[in-house]
Design a protein around this ligand. Structure first.
Ligand SMILES: [Zn+2]
Length: 233
């Protein structure tokens, strides 16, 4: 009897094998299996203690670490070809930062996200930009200041799930008609990306400008000009 049971069990197991095998991932054929999820990103280290006036400012990455920060003025990758910040940190007025995070989260529902090129820009940096660039219309007069000097403007784009920027027709800080939001000689897919960025930001209270597809100013509250400078580590 015991032998019969073992034999039956063996037959059953053999019969089940092909089905079980089907659940195994396919053998390595040299092609990438896109159905397999990538390994999770390692946890970033906890942020350092708050070293700024948090009643007036929010550091964006403290609200959401998945937002990509690529501060172009902390590099020479900008239209003045000069590093203007000592280190890359994105500060915004608290309500503005919260609105950016809401925009980011709405994009995440589509498998996308935001990447920031510039946030609050201290007035001393605006003076340096003003003194560096003599072409009228390219840099706001620091005596009047720009929305960036008030902590209520952002320069940003959309990235895919891998952090790759969606095509927007031009690079950040490209000054010419191609960077105008309504520039018509662009592929439909690029137009759609610009529309998505504009609609996502508008839904959270940001106003666009005509000449820079990447610039948005928060329109729900006014803020004073600031010369707050952030610390570097
Ligand atoms: Zn801007």
């Amino acid at each position: 009897m015991r032998l019969i049971c073992l034999a039956l069990l063996s037959i059953l197991l053999t019969a089940c094998q092909p089905a079980a095998e089907q659940k195994q991932p396919p053998a390595d054929t040299g092609t990438v299996d896109t159905t397999v999820a990538p390994p999770p990103e390692p946890e970033p280290p906890p942020p350092p203690p708050i070293d700024y006036d948090s009643s007036a400012w929010t550091e964006l990455t403290r609200l959401d670490r998945s937002i990509i920060i690529d501060m172009k003025y902390a590099t020479a990758e900008n239209f003045v070809k000069k590093k203007m910040y000592d280190c890359p940190r994105c500060f915004l007025r608290p309500e503005v930062a919260q609105a950016v995070v809401r925009a980011h989260r709405s994009l995440q529902q589509k498998g996308l996200g935001l990447k920031l090129y510039d946030c609050y820009r201290p007035l001393p940096v605006q003076w340096e930009l003003w003194n560096t660039v003599s072409i009228p219309g390219y840099v706001a007069d620091p005596r009047k200041g720009s929305m960036h000097n008030r902590g209520s403007a952002v320069d940003l784009t959309i990235v895919d799930a891998q952090g790759q920027e969606l095509p927007m027709g031009t690079a950040f800080d490209f000054f010419g008609p191609e960077a105008h939001y309504a520039y018509a000689q662009l592929p439909d897919s690029v137009r759609q990306n610009r529309i998505l960025l504009r609609e996502t930001m508008a839904a959270q209270g940001f106003r666009p400008i005509r000449t820079e597809w990447w610039h948005f100013s928060f329109s729900r509250k006014n803020y004073a000009l600031s010369d707050m400078l952030w610390k570097c580590y």
